[in-house]
Ligand binder design. Structure first.
Ligand code: HEC
Length: 124
Protein backbone atom coordinates (compact mmCIF):
# COMPACT_ATOMS: atom_id res chain seq x y z
CA UNK A 1 0.00 0.00 0.00
CA UNK A 2 1.10 3.49 -0.77
CA UNK A 3 0.82 6.31 1.73
CA UNK A 4 -1.94 8.67 0.73
CA UNK A 5 -2.25 12.19 2.03
CA UNK A 6 -6.02 11.71 2.52
CA UNK A 7 -5.23 9.43 5.45
CA UNK A 8 -3.76 12.34 7.28
CA UNK A 9 -7.07 14.15 6.96
CA UNK A 10 -8.92 11.12 8.29
CA UNK A 11 -6.58 10.80 11.25
CA UNK A 12 -6.93 14.50 12.02
CA UNK A 13 -10.73 14.24 11.82
CA UNK A 14 -10.66 11.26 14.16
CA UNK A 15 -8.55 13.12 16.66
CA UNK A 16 -10.97 16.04 16.53
CA UNK A 17 -13.96 13.77 17.08
CA UNK A 18 -12.28 12.21 20.11
CA UNK A 19 -11.50 15.64 21.47
CA UNK A 20 -15.17 16.51 21.33
CA UNK A 21 -16.12 13.60 23.57
CA UNK A 22 -14.34 15.31 26.42
CA UNK A 23 -15.96 18.71 26.19
CA UNK A 24 -16.16 20.32 29.64
CA UNK A 25 -19.82 19.33 29.91
CA UNK A 26 -19.11 15.62 29.45
CA UNK A 27 -16.28 15.88 31.97
CA UNK A 28 -18.61 17.46 34.49
CA UNK A 29 -21.14 14.67 34.06
CA UNK A 30 -18.46 12.03 34.42
CA UNK A 31 -17.17 13.64 37.60
CA UNK A 32 -20.68 13.87 39.00
CA UNK A 33 -21.34 10.20 38.28
CA UNK A 34 -17.99 9.16 39.80
CA UNK A 35 -18.71 11.13 42.97
CA UNK A 36 -22.21 9.64 43.04
CA UNK A 37 -20.79 6.14 42.86
CA UNK A 38 -18.71 6.70 45.98
CA UNK A 39 -21.73 7.98 47.88
CA UNK A 40 -23.82 5.07 46.62
CA UNK A 41 -21.27 2.53 47.79
CA UNK A 42 -21.12 4.11 51.24
CA UNK A 43 -24.79 4.91 51.86
CA UNK A 44 -26.95 2.87 49.55
CA UNK A 45 -25.20 -0.39 48.67
CA UNK A 46 -26.06 -1.99 52.03
CA UNK A 47 -29.65 -2.21 50.77
CA UNK A 48 -29.40 -1.83 47.02
CA UNK A 49 -26.15 -3.83 46.64
CA UNK A 50 -23.13 -2.38 44.92
CA UNK A 51 -24.55 -3.40 41.57
CA UNK A 52 -27.84 -1.71 42.33
CA UNK A 53 -29.95 -4.84 41.87
CA UNK A 54 -31.37 -4.62 45.39
CA UNK A 55 -30.71 -8.28 46.14
CA UNK A 56 -29.91 -7.86 49.81
CA UNK A 57 -31.49 -9.17 52.99
CA UNK A 58 -32.99 -5.77 53.74
CA UNK A 59 -34.33 -4.79 50.35
CA UNK A 60 -34.74 -8.10 48.53
CA UNK A 61 -38.48 -8.26 49.21
CA UNK A 62 -39.17 -4.81 47.80
CA UNK A 63 -39.88 -4.66 44.09
CA UNK A 64 -38.64 -1.10 43.62
CA UNK A 65 -35.32 -1.66 45.34
CA UNK A 66 -33.91 -3.05 42.08
CA UNK A 67 -32.54 0.04 40.36
CA UNK A 68 -31.45 -1.77 37.22
CA UNK A 69 -34.70 -3.16 35.84
CA UNK A 70 -36.32 0.08 34.77
CA UNK A 71 -39.28 -0.59 37.09
CA UNK A 72 -39.97 2.42 39.30
CA UNK A 73 -42.63 3.38 41.78
CA UNK A 74 -42.23 6.89 40.47
CA UNK A 75 -41.64 7.63 36.81
CA UNK A 76 -37.90 6.98 36.92
CA UNK A 77 -37.11 10.61 36.20
CA UNK A 78 -34.26 12.47 37.87
CA UNK A 79 -36.90 14.37 39.86
CA UNK A 80 -38.63 11.29 41.25
CA UNK A 81 -35.32 9.63 42.12
CA UNK A 82 -34.21 12.81 43.85
CA UNK A 83 -37.48 12.89 45.80
CA UNK A 84 -36.97 9.29 46.94
CA UNK A 85 -33.44 10.08 48.12
CA UNK A 86 -34.49 13.27 49.90
CA UNK A 87 -37.62 11.95 51.57
CA UNK A 88 -36.96 8.21 51.71
CA UNK A 89 -39.82 5.77 52.01
CA UNK A 90 -40.06 3.08 54.61
CA UNK A 91 -37.71 1.19 54.99
CA UNK A 92 -35.43 3.55 53.07
CA UNK A 93 -34.24 6.40 55.28
CA UNK A 94 -34.37 9.98 54.05
CA UNK A 95 -31.07 11.50 53.09
CA UNK A 96 -32.14 15.12 53.18
CA UNK A 97 -29.89 16.75 55.76
CA UNK A 98 -27.47 13.82 55.67
CA UNK A 99 -26.21 14.49 52.16
CA UNK A 100 -25.70 17.97 50.73
CA UNK A 101 -27.78 19.08 47.72
CA UNK A 102 -24.71 18.57 45.57
CA UNK A 103 -24.18 15.05 46.92
CA UNK A 104 -27.83 14.23 46.29
CA UNK A 105 -27.52 15.43 42.69
CA UNK A 106 -24.37 13.34 42.26
CA UNK A 107 -26.16 10.28 43.62
CA UNK A 108 -29.13 10.88 41.31
CA UNK A 109 -26.73 11.06 38.36
CA UNK A 110 -25.19 7.76 39.41
CA UNK A 111 -28.55 6.02 39.85
CA UNK A 112 -29.57 7.19 36.38
CA UNK A 113 -26.29 5.92 34.98
CA UNK A 114 -26.76 2.59 36.77
CA UNK A 115 -30.28 2.17 35.48
CA UNK A 116 -29.17 2.99 31.96
CA UNK A 117 -31.72 5.76 31.60
CA UNK A 118 -29.12 8.49 31.74
CA UNK A 119 -29.77 11.23 29.24
CA UNK A 120 -27.50 14.14 28.55
CA UNK A 121 -28.30 16.74 31.12
CA UNK A 122 -30.13 14.37 33.46
CA UNK A 123 -29.44 14.60 37.15
CA UNK A 124 -28.59 18.27 37.19
C1 HEC B 1 -32.25 0.72 54.62
C2 HEC B 1 -32.18 0.30 53.22
C3 HEC B 1 -32.02 1.35 52.14
C4 HEC B 1 -31.04 2.30 52.01
C5 HEC B 1 -29.88 2.57 52.96
C6 HEC B 1 -31.30 2.98 50.77
N1 HEC B 1 -32.42 2.47 50.17
FE1 HEC B 1 -33.24 3.09 48.41
N2 HEC B 1 -34.78 1.81 48.67
C7 HEC B 1 -34.85 0.84 49.65
C8 HEC B 1 -36.02 0.00 49.42
C9 HEC B 1 -36.45 -1.18 50.29
C10 HEC B 1 -36.64 0.50 48.25
C11 HEC B 1 -37.91 -0.01 47.58
C12 HEC B 1 -39.11 0.50 48.29
C13 HEC B 1 -40.39 -0.05 47.69
O1 HEC B 1 -40.35 -1.03 46.93
O2 HEC B 1 -41.41 0.54 47.99
C14 HEC B 1 -35.83 1.62 47.81
C15 HEC B 1 -36.11 2.36 46.67
C16 HEC B 1 -35.23 3.23 46.08
C17 HEC B 1 -35.43 3.87 44.81
C18 HEC B 1 -36.59 3.61 43.86
C19 HEC B 1 -37.63 4.68 43.78
C20 HEC B 1 -38.69 4.36 42.74
O3 HEC B 1 -39.26 5.30 42.22
O4 HEC B 1 -38.94 3.18 42.40
C21 HEC B 1 -34.33 4.65 44.58
C22 HEC B 1 -34.05 5.50 43.37
C23 HEC B 1 -33.47 4.50 45.72
N3 HEC B 1 -34.04 3.65 46.62
C24 HEC B 1 -32.24 5.11 45.85
C25 HEC B 1 -31.43 5.02 46.98
C26 HEC B 1 -30.20 5.76 47.14
C27 HEC B 1 -29.58 6.64 46.09
C28 HEC B 1 -29.74 5.48 48.39
C29 HEC B 1 -28.49 6.02 49.06
C30 HEC B 1 -28.38 7.47 49.15
C31 HEC B 1 -30.66 4.54 48.99
N4 HEC B 1 -31.68 4.30 48.11
C32 HEC B 1 -30.52 4.00 50.26
C33 HEC B 1 -33.97 0.68 50.71
C34 HEC B 1 -32.89 1.47 50.97
Amino acid sequence: MRWRPQWLVLIAAGALACGQASLPEADATERRVAAGRKIFERKCASCHSRRGDGRTIVAGRFPYANLLDGVWRGDGSAESIERQIRKGKDPMPKFEGKLTDEEIRQTVAYVLELSGSAEPGAGR
